[in-house]
Every structure is written in structure tokens, then in C-alpha cells.
Design a protein around this ligand. Structure first.
Ligand code: GLP
Length: 259
């Protein structure tokens, strides 16, 4: 696992955006797995800037979002579909037909999940999966004790996640407690994974994920088993890492070696 520590959340997010830009530039029909939440906001803003400067085009990019709440209308302000259109898709040249987000309003959710999996497979799998991490170590909505081989499915959210995400909902709004999420097995099939961890409140989850035992109790720790996983952190999120100095030194060596 490559661990990149940068001084601020802005620098970490710009690193992630540059990484994604390089990917899309090398393969303009890349399949991207996308995340929602606060951690990826500055990365999306940086991608929009790149698009506005003419550095990057999303015309041929295909996207699959990690998860969606069950029961929210697509135009509900807290739905992840709405989030994606506000924070990224509405500002770039992506083709509507290339956007995939689990359909979570009506219907047979089991078939929806199977269909989502088959769609990803039919496109040849995800080239680059972007992830955030919950303060309990979840990735997507794969809560602690999720099977490390799980596939896209309906998942009940923990109290911790509901409380953490309550900040996005008005008091009068009812907050969903179930969601559809790509499984951990699904995420692990992505050819490359970039996880962003920002802020002091993520430092424990990050330490468990990077240096703790591989355990379903910290779902993100499964990335230790991925061949091409990169964890991008700001200093605060990295502050509980035991090998902090080593990661900084190792990145410096990488840069010198590659130049
Ligand atoms: C949320 C989302 C995840 C996100 C994570 C961290 O509940 N389901 O996709 O990565 O938790 O969220 P944030 O970045 O807002 O801390």
C-alpha cells in the first residue's frame, strides 16, 4: 500500500485530482468508481477547474458510484445522485448515459444490485476506484463486520454512520437508515484504488486501515490486500500512524528515484 502524506487537505485533494487526470489522459474511456461525502469535495472541485481550463475531458469516461440511500427521490438534496450532479457531473462534459448510480427508489433491490454488478463487469471492471473512509473504517456503506467478499447489496447503516451523516439533513427530514452499496469484493476488483483521508477525526480509522490487522471490523483495512492501493492523507488524518516518518521518507525516495 502506498501512503502519501501531504500538509493540507487542499494539497491531498489536488494530488488525487492530478492522479485522476493522469488516468483519464492515458485512457480517455476510463471506468471510474466514484465516492460521495466531504472527503472528495475538493478533489471534484479541482477536476472541474481542470475541465474549465481545457486540460481534461470526461466525454468518454464511464462512472459507477459506490452507493446510494434507499428511499430518496433522485432530486432529493441528500441523495447521492443529487450530490454528484451538484458537485461534479453538472459542471463537466460527461455523457448522461455513462453515469451509473444504484437505483434505490422502488423495485426489487436484489435485482438492482445484481444488475449493477453485471454492468460493471460488462464494461470490463473499474479502472480506478476513488474512496473516502468513515470514522468507523467503512468504505462505501460497508459497515464494520461486512464480509470482505461482499457484493453490491442492501446494507443497514450503523448508528455511528447515521449520526455522522445527520449533518447533511434538516431536522424535519427523515434520514434513511439503509442503502445500496458496492460490496467490499466489488471494490477490491477495481484495478486501482485511491482512498482519501482528511482531518483529525479520520486519524483512528486511517491508522486501523493502514497499520491495523486486516479485519472486517475495519472494512477499509482490506486495502492492505490490494495490489495497487494508494492512501492519500493530510497531516491530521495521518497523525496516528506509527510509521509516519517512514511514509514521508519513502515518498521522497520515490520522487528522487523516478526523476
Ligand atoms: C459516507 C459514504 C462514503 C464516504 C464516507 C466518508 O457515509 N457512504 O462513500 O466515503 O462515508 O464520508 P466523509 O467523506 O463525508 O467523511
Amino acid at each position: 500500500m502506498r501512503v502519501v502524506i501531504l500538509p493540507t487537505e487542499k494539497e491531498a485533494s489536488h494530488f488525487a485530482a492530478d492522479f485522476i487526470e493522469k488516468f483519464i489522459t492515458e485512457k480517455n474511456n476510463s471506468i471510474l468508481g466514484l465516492a460521495t461525502g466531504s472527503s472528495v469535495l475538493l478533489t471534484y472541485a479541482a477536476l472541474i477547474e481542470k475541465y474549465n481550463r481545457g486540460d481534461i475531458s470526461f466525454k468518454k469516461v464511464i462512472t459507477f458510484n459506490l452507493d446510494e440511500y434507499i428511499g430518496l427521490e433522485p432530486n432529493h438534496k441528500q441523495s447521492y445522485r443529487y450530490y454528484m450532479s451538484q458537485k461534479l457531473f453538472g459542471h463537466i462534459d460527461i455523457n448522461e448515459n455513462n453515469i451509473h448510480i444504484p437505483e434505490c427508489l422502488h423495485g426489487d433491490f436484489e435485482s438492482t444490485c445484481r444488475y449493477y454488478e453485471s454492468k460493471i463487469k460488462n464494461y470490463g471492471g473499474i479502472d480506478l476506484q476513488l474512496l473516502g473512509v468513515g470514522s468507523n473504517g467503512h468504505i462505501g456503506f460497508n459497515e464494520p463486520t461486512s464480509s470482505l467478499k461482499s457484493r453490491t447489496r442492501v446494507k443497514t447503516l450503523t448508528k455511528n454512520t447515521i449520526i455522522n451523516n445527520a449533518r447533511f439533513f434538516d431536522e424535519s427530514e427523515s434520514q434513511p437508515s439503509i442503502a445500496i452499496t458496492m460490496g467490499i469484493g466489488t471494490i477490491m476488483e477495481a484495478k486501482n484504488i485511491l482512498l482519501l483521508g482528511l482531518g483529525q477525526h479520520k486519524s483512528k480509522a486511517v491508522a486501523d486501515l493502514v497499520e491495523g490487522p486486516l479485519s472486517s471490523f475495519c472494512p477499509g483495512s482490506v486495502l492492505q490486500n490490494h495490489e495497487n492501493a494508494i492512501v492519500v492523507l493530510d497531516q491530521l488524518a495521518a497523525s496516528s500512524l506509527k510509521l509516519y516518518d517512514y511514509y514521508i521518507h519513502s515518498e521522497k525516495m520515490n520522487v528522487e528515484y523516478m526523476c
